[in-house]
Design a binder for this molecule. Sequence first.
Ligand code: MN
Length: 731
Amino acid sequence: MTSSGEVYPPELDKLFKNVPRLTAVDRQFVLKAYERAAEAHKGGVRASGEPYITHPVAVAFILSELKLDAPTLAAALLHDVVEDCDIPIEVIENEFGLEVSRLVDGVTKLEKLPTNTENMKGGKAGDREAETLRKIFLAMGNDIRVVLIKLADRLHNMRTLGFLSLERQRRMAKETMDIFAPLANRLGMWQMKWELEDLSFRYLEPESYKEIATYLNERRTDRERSMEQVKARLQHALAENSIQATISARPKHIYSIFRKMERKKVRFSEVYDVRAVRVIVNDKNTCYQVLGIVHNLWRPIPAEFDDYIASPKDNFYQSLHTAVIDETGKNLEIQIRTWEMHEHAEYGVAAHWRYKEGTARDEEFEKRLRHLRKLMDFSDDHEAQEDPVAYLDAMKSDVFQNRVYVFSPKGDIFDLPAGSTPIDFAYHIHTEIGNRCRGARVNGAQVGLDYQLKSGDRVEIINTKRGGPSLDWLNPNLGYVHTSRARGKIKTYFKKQDYDKNVVMGREVVDRELKRLGVASMPRETVAEMFNFTKVDDFLSAVGSGDITGAQIATKILDAERKASLENPPDMLLPTAEPLRHPVQDSEGIDVMGNSGMLINLARCCNPVRGDEIVGYVTRGRGVTVHRTDCSSLRSGMEPERMVPVNWGKANGRTYPVPVIILAYDREGLMRDVGAVIADENINMNNVSITTRNSVATFLLTMEMQDVSHISRVLARIEQLPNVIEARRRT
Ligand code: MN
């Protein structure tokens, strides 16, 4: 019974329970398809001996679990009637409309494939697979639902494969493993993918399958007990942080265990004990919060962390993956995701039908489909159409991501798209390793950077200390880079860099700053050294890209001047500064345990500035050196008993007189405007004189500054006043 009071056959009732949003009209429509299919398949039996109609019903049921719509369910029920019962497609169109008939036609065309390679005499191995693929992708271009029906059809056939001959079992299993499981993966349909893989594996490698299945079964009780403990511990920690989460043990798939075992060349015992949990939360931020809690609770294994939320996989999969070592010393894999990510991870493109139509998700879905079609669109490629094997190869590498598995020198395994080079590998490990990659050794022998990695290769990257990628790497003809990921990173590097341009701009900034500060004769090298650059151009480029600002340059130069003035009175760089009577204590006001009159130096390693937390260090014969408390040289090799507390004391109100020259085309109120800027910066001025010649006014004045570090800003502000030509320090 349904809400509308109609009575349906029990198998349809079961199906409708999965898709509550179907209307009474929808249900009637599906019922009609069911009755038509039952009539058409009447008397037909499957290899299992069951009535044939059980198959289309099962296929429709799988699709109802994916929440697909009424036309898809109807088409699923009718998917074999054209092929097997000789009912013309026009009849379906008349009875069920164009939408359903197109779906049925699409599935039928997929089924009209040569059933075995022997029938393709003269054809190369792979022709049939290639043809299947080609048809699937054409179908996908028309309506993705055709492919979903085909996948459900294949899944049910695989579930009931046991009744076929051994030879047909193997052939079906191989085709499923080669084509349909990767297809489900590409569509992001995780559940479908794993079930197809496990079922295929069972027929392709019955002994390995049985071995793993038996192991898993024997250890189940142990595993479940330990999982309960892990879950309880985690649930408790999350509750303490008021996080609502659903924690579940993640089922291990037999084929995934087998693959892991093969890849890592380890025995079952090292793989099957790995436990895995999944944490599902309500929003993205909470995912990262949970990650932090997990990493606090157990020791993370750094190489095992992947952030697929920030950078989703090609099939749009999103999750945080991490692995930790729990209190018993065993590995524990943890996936963290939101409910939305979870739906997409489990159902992929089919997640679209889980939501009501007409929502924002439609746009996301369309985006996904466009992406898929783009990946699979070989329709313009005549060569590919005429040569199915070449087409298959192209598909396999582009769409099915034929992978190579390579090792780092430490023995870590990395999985890369086939065709990857050492540069791809380097960027895969870390952007910096990619940027600084200069050469590579594979299995101990030097190779070119365009070498194509093979599975099992042990790859060692040779890096330089500095520098970046070569522009040649972006030249596709040279074959240095295969993955779009590496290509993207190289492009980003150059964009960010734009080195030469930045050097030119940086030079302008530095020269202007030096001139403003009245030290135009100071070599750029000297300034670069103040910022710990060995190459001037590197420094200039950092300035040009905005990493180092004019204000920072001014501060550094003035700091250096001040230091020079402390060590070397009278001040060479501040020629008009008053002679310093008690040079050190007075100028910095530093107070050593209430003692004045001690010789004080500011440490060059950390350059303390008024306001920093500081500590004194009693040197042999050179008084007290003042360091910042966070200075690293304090920690290395200094004797703690020689440290003395110091403080900045009171600011002593001492000012620095800075003579300034301003050139401007004379105008009314100019002096008033200059005065306003200076007053606004809390600076006193005196010794003002103005001379005008050929309508250019020259202002000479002295600014009395307590803190000279913002002199550059003041002069820049004055320069921005109308008519001002320049404002700089007078030397
Ligand atoms: Mn079928």
